[in-house]
Each structure stands twice: as C-alpha cells, then as structure tokens.
Ligand binder design. Structure first.
Ligand code: 5GP
Ligand code: ZN
Length: 124
C-alpha cells in the first residue's frame, strides 16, 4: 500500500497559494476546490483548477477521489465561460493535466489547466 496523502504540504507552492501565503488572482473557491489565474498564461484565458487537498498528481487518483474530480470537472464549463472563454462550438477551451516528468508536470500538486479565448495563443 502507498503512504497516505497529507492534506497539505508545507513546501508546496500551490498549498501556499490555497493558504493565501502566496498571493494569486482567485477565480473560484469552495471547501474542497480552488481556482486561480496562471502566472504565465499561454492563452487569453488561462486558469488552474486544483483540489485543496495536496494530491501530487493524477497518478495518485483512485476511486476515493471520483466524487471530488467529478465535482471539479462539473465546474469547468461554468468557470470557463465566466472567465471569458467563448461559447462552444466556435469558442471552447483546452483542459490539460500534465502528469509526471514525462508528462511535463512542473508543480507536484494536481492541477487542471483551463485555456481558452481567441486565437492565436502564445502556446498550445
Ligand atoms: P505544470 O507544468 O505543472 O502543468 O503547470 C504548472 C503551472 O503553474 C504553470 O503553467 C505555471 O505558470 C504555474 N505557476 C507556477 N508557479 C505559480 C505561481 O506562483 N502562481 C501562479 N498563479 N501560477 C504558477
Ligand atoms: Zn500542494
């Protein structure tokens, strides 16, 4: 069995953002979910949706997280439109989760990138 996931990691930059020890431009917050603008946006709209619990990546996700992840996914359409993504199908957005080194993950706290807005984008 793997070690239990701690609720917070004092060395994690996203845990510090959730705790407001590091400022961010907040998009959304509830008891278990937090969303904030990416500091280095690839697109006109680029925010990160994260669980408040310190889950390092998708690799640690299992059936216990199904409810939480479902609730997070169900927030995406509403938050994307609120933040300025244009409506589907001509608008839309990219939902991206990098996982592990080969997956291009740089911050080890699970996060979903939501990127949208008129093209061209800086990246992606
Ligand atoms: P990853 O490469 O792990 O999928 O994405 C990490 C993302 O976090 C990057 O897009 C990066 O710009 C963003 N990021 C890293 N540090 C900070 C920070 O201190 N504040 C904010 N708002 N975004 C950050
Ligand atoms: Zn964390």
């Amino acid at each position: 069995m793997s070690a239990p996931i701690p609720a917070h990691d004092p060395n994690c930059i996203f845990c510090k953002i959730i705790a407001k020890q590091i400022p961010s431009r907040i998009v959304y917050e509830d008891e278990e979910v937090f969303a904030f603008h990416d500091i280095n946006p690839w697109a006109p709209v680029h925010f990160l949706l994260i669980p408040k619990a310190h889950i390092p990546s998708m690799a640690q996700v299992g059936p216990e997280q199904a409810g939480l992840l479902g609730r997070m996914m169900a927030l995406v359409p509403k938050l994307a439109l609120e933040q300025g993504c244009n409506p589907y199908p001509d608008g839309g957005y990219r939902l991206v989760t990098n996982t592990g080194r080969e997956g291009g993950q740089e911050v080890q706290h699970l996060h979903f990138h939501v990127m949208g807005g008129p093209r061209p984008w800086l990246r992606g």
